[in-house]
Structures are given as C-alpha cells and as structure tokens.
Design a binder for this molecule. Sequence first.
Ligand SMILES: Cc1ncc(COP(=O)(O)O)c(C=O)c1O
Length: 428
Amino acid sequence: MAANRQTNSLLYQSSFAASYGKLSAIKPWMGEILTDELLKWRSEFPILDQTVYLISHSLGAMPRDTFARLHDYAETWATRGVRAWAEGWWEMPVTVGNDVARIIGADPGSVVMHQNVSICQSLILSCFNPTPKRNKIVYSELNFPSVMYVYEAHARDGKLRIETVPSDDGITIPLERFLAAIDEETLLVPFSHVLFKSGFLQNAQAITERAHEVGAMVVLDAYQSAGTVPFNVKELNVDLATGGSVKWLCGGPGAGYLYVRPDLQDKLEPKTTGWMAHESPFAFATELRYAPGISRFLHGSPAIPALYAAQSGYRIINEIGVDQIRAKSVRQTTNLIALAEEAGFTVTSPKETSDRGGTVTIGHPDAAAITKELLRREFIVDFRPGAGVRVSPHFYTSDEELELVVRELKEIRDTRAFAVHEAAGAAF
Ligand SMILES: Cc1ncc(COP(=O)(O)O)c(C=O)c1O
C-alpha cells in the first residue's frame, strides 16, 4: 500500500508536471505485479493513454479492435457489394442481438438491434392498444427524459394517462411509492434499472412482480446497468427490455437493443414496423404479415456500420463477465466514495452498495465549473444538475486514477481554479 501510494504520488507529479497534458506516463501496472487482473485490458483502449477516462456512464472507451471491425465493414462493402446482405448483413440485427443477449441473460433469438432506446420505446408502445380501463403508464420523474418524451407525446391524444412518481431528493425513488402507483389500470411501467443522474439502482424484481400482480407489463431500461450490474432478464421475468451500447458496453452509438420475452413475441404486433418485420420481406407483398418470433420487432434497413462497431465491446464484456466487472466496480466505487468524503466532498449518489450502479456523483455548489476544469486537465467526467460531478470507473480503471481524480478535484476546489468556468452549464 505504501509503495502504491509512493507510485501514485510520482504518477501525480508526472501528470502535474506535464501541465495536465498527455497522460501517457500513467501506466501504473507497468513494471509492477498486476494486482488487478482486469487492468490487462487497458492496452485495448487507446484513449486510456491520453486521459483519465471516468465517463463510461456516458460514452465507454472505444476498444482498439473497433478500428478493425469498421475496416471489415468497409472491406465487405467494397469487395462483396450487394452480396453482403445475403452473406450476413441482413441477419445482423438478430445475430448481433445474440451477443447482447448473453450480457443480459436472454436466450438467443430474443433480442434485436435498433438505433437507440427512444426508438425501441416507441416500437414497444406501438404494440399496445390502451383501453379506458387500462391506459396508465407509470414511471418516475428520474426516468431518462427521452423515454418520457416518447410516452408523453403518445399521451397527447388522450388515450394514455401518465403517472409520474416523484422523488424526494432528486437522487432516489422510494420503492413503496413506486409500487403503490402501479395499479389495475396500469398498462406499462417503463423504468430505468439504474438512474442516469445519480446511479441509483432500482429494485427491478419488486417492480416487475408488482406490475404482473395487477396485469401490467414492464419495460426495463437497462442502459445504465447492462455491462456493469449483473442481471438476468429471464430471472427477473421482465416483459420487455431495452438499452444501448454507448456506455458500459463500449459499443459506440447507433446500436440500441430490444428484448422481448419469448412467450410474448408472437402475441404482440408492433405498429411501428417495416419490411424486415414481414414474414417474407422479399415477396414485396402489399399487405403486412408479421414474421414469427423476434424478427417481427425489426423495422427498415438496419444501421450495419454501427453493428460492426459495437461487437468489439460486447466481446470484451462477455469475455470478462459482468459479475467480475461488478465486483471491481463495487470495490472501486466504495473506495472512491471514501476518498471523496475524506477530501471533504459530499457524495450524492447512494452509499449502500446494493443501491447503486457503477457511477458515483460528487456534489459541490460549483460542480459544473469544477467539471469544466477537470475536462481541461484531461480528466474525463461530466456534470448533471442536482447530482454534481459524475465519475464512473469501469473494468479498465486503475485505483491510482481514482486517487488522481480526487486529488485534482480537491486542488481545483481549494485553489478556486474553477472560477474561470463559473458560467458553465452541463458538460455534455
Ligand atoms: C437510462 C437511459 N436510457 C436511455 C438513454 C438514451 O436513450 P437513446 O438511446 O434514445 O439516446 C440514456 C442515455 O443517457 C440513459 O441513461
């Protein structure tokens, strides 16, 4: 530990001396016994040589292999041309969905790829016909706003009612209050497994059980949990789940996913649809006949480059396993909370391990400006109003980087180096 501290202080000085420029000197595992097995993955993520990258709740680091995957895509297009569709491209929304399925505990053939969560939510909602007796959507005020916009826009014709469950602290949602809002008139409960703003981990099992008790269905938004918090859609028995690849899955933008519980697949008929959902797309029939199984939840031509790009991240997450990622995340987020509190900061994210995902939020009245200064110094974090600086270690983060970021936070606060950014808003 003492040796570690000494290394850290040397590392700190080297980054400090480099005027917060390139941080390539920070390779704490070099020449040392690798005490954290997962650090071997660092060399697969180029940005870790340049920055202290603590923003996997927003955009996970790009795997080096993604360069090759995107090259494969271009090569295939260049050399196989239109034949590429029959040689794999057409199937990709389902085959790539199978890679995601492994991460979320789904069976092969129960996940399809779409562009993003907002589209998946619209597609899900289009499967239902609200009636005056069952027309209620229940979600919390801390749901991801884009998801709320989808339901709110659909509710404008008066056929849906939305009950928004309030939070007392802007960080958590009391479970009992959430459960009480779900009643016999509830149609759907679209909820975030982990809240984007504070990292609060909701009790997906209790919410699902309550919804099923009253004949409602749940839509689990697993964007902030998949890849950092282990869960299994089959064990949870969720009806539908969605998420994307931008964050903890290190898959980049354009690769959202939609899980539909196998026994529901042939019962639901999405009105948001397209020719890939047709039972015989190449018959070019003038009438829609839904494909059986998960294919009926497809749409029009898929975003093939995004699917190529996303696969490297899934491969790495599947190889490591989310249980191992979570074990490290719990250890590091616990240390981070202790370090931040020791430095006199208020931690706004939940303290209980069982109540939080992979993110720690650090509050300060000048958190927005502090975030700007951290970014200027190549410490990549972001800011959310009401929560503060969001800091997320992932499997590739070293313990030293957490010490560095807290030291930097403290230095910026104590010297008021943030003052130049005082007018700053959200960082991203
Ligand atoms: C919980 C959650 N849901 C959804 C999204 C994004 O939705 P979309 O894929 O439509 O951009 C985010 C992104 O921050 C999120 O944190």
